[in-house]
Design a binder for this molecule. Structure first.
Ligand code: HEC
Length: 271
């Protein structure tokens, strides 16, 4: 026969006492058993033989349900503000946003900063009619002087001197005797009296356009006379990196004013 543990018996006695009379429950635990035994009229020994007294066995149901407090993280999770349901649609649009963002920050199309692309356009619109597409000019029947085969680069060793000439044209860019460019030029100084027509001034070209067309003429028509190291920083690479830096040089050259021998020594160069 299995023994009923002492503490269960004691609890049963207490329960019985509580049912029999109010005060018994209030008595200290130690006195409860005898008090209960007395109240029910049964001998203390009867308590050990449950068959006779049929005291209800304590059940788990009778135990008061103790609600344990949540641990900190669970409590925080229950009280925390939740992500609203509409956020899901916002998240779903994220890839679209990423696509728009990436295409917006893509570098500008090639040519936007390329002086050879800009210069070619400026040349086609302003110079080609006299100097011809290939820059051959008068050597192939054009009204303008020959630029190609390194002709123009030999006349203007310094790119800023060419800038000055194009901006001011034959009237304000040549010397009083009609000569222009490098006087010690191989083949002799050039002169505005040589050809029937004359070089117009181009004050309407922006500093960037002027810089670009000069770089274009020198690199495209310079042939073996073109040496990027001799350009004093006035190169296609410098333009692509910072068009405004070269534009600043152009503005400074224009500020020197008219005359066949502009003093370019005071113009700050990019290099
Ligand atoms: C109306 C015709 C005409 C147009 C347009 C014209 N030029 Fe000229 N250009 C000439 C003539 C003519 C000369 C020779 C100097 C003179 O007689 O005035 C010349 C000379 C030059 C020279 C000096 C070449 C050398 O070695 O002697 C350069 C550089 C030049 N032009 C560049 C340009 C550029 C760049 C443009 C366009 C922005 C342009 N020209 C537009 C007629 C023209």
């Amino acid at each position: 026969m299995t023994e009923i543990p002492e503490h269960l018996l004691k609890r049963a006695a207490e329960r019985r006492a509580a049912m029999a009379g109010g005060d018994a429950a209030a008595t200290p635990a130690g006195d409860a058993a005898p008090a209960a035994a007395a109240a029910s009229g049964a001998a203390p020994a009867a308590a050990i033989t449950p068959a006779k007294t049929r005291a209800p066995l304590p059940t788990l149901d009778a135990e008061p349900v103790v609600v344990k407090p949540d641990i900190a993280v669970v409590a925080a999770a229950k009280t925390r503000k939740r992500v609203p349901y509409w956020a899901a649609s916002v998240l779903a649009l994220l890839p679209l946003w990423a696509f728009i963002y990436v295409s917006a920050v893509q570098p500008p199309p090639a040519g936007e900063n390329d002086p050879l692309v800009i210069g070619k356009e400026v040349y086609a619109g302003n110079c080609q009619s006299c100097h011809l597409t290939n820059g051959a000019g008068a050597s192939e029947g054009g009204a303008g002087q020959q630029l190609n085969a390194g002709h123009a680069i030999t006349t203007f060793k310094d790119p800023l001197a060419m800038v000055h000439w194009i901006h001011f044209g034959y009237q304000d860019g040549a010397r009083a005797d009609g000569s222009y460019g490098d006087p010690k030029r191989p083949g002799g100084a050039m002169n505005t009296a040589t050809l029937p027509s004359n070089m117009p001034a181009f004050p309407a070209l922006s500093p960037e356009e002027l810089a670009a067309v000069v770089i274009y003429v020198r690199t495209e028509f310079g042939a073996d006379k073109y040496d990027p190291k001799a350009e004093q920083g006035f190169t296609a690479e410098a333009f692509a990196a910072a068009p405004t830096a070269l534009a600043t040089e152009v503005t400074a050259v224009i500020a020197l004013g008219a005359g066949g021998d502009p003093d370019l020594s005071g113009v700050a160069r990019g290099k």
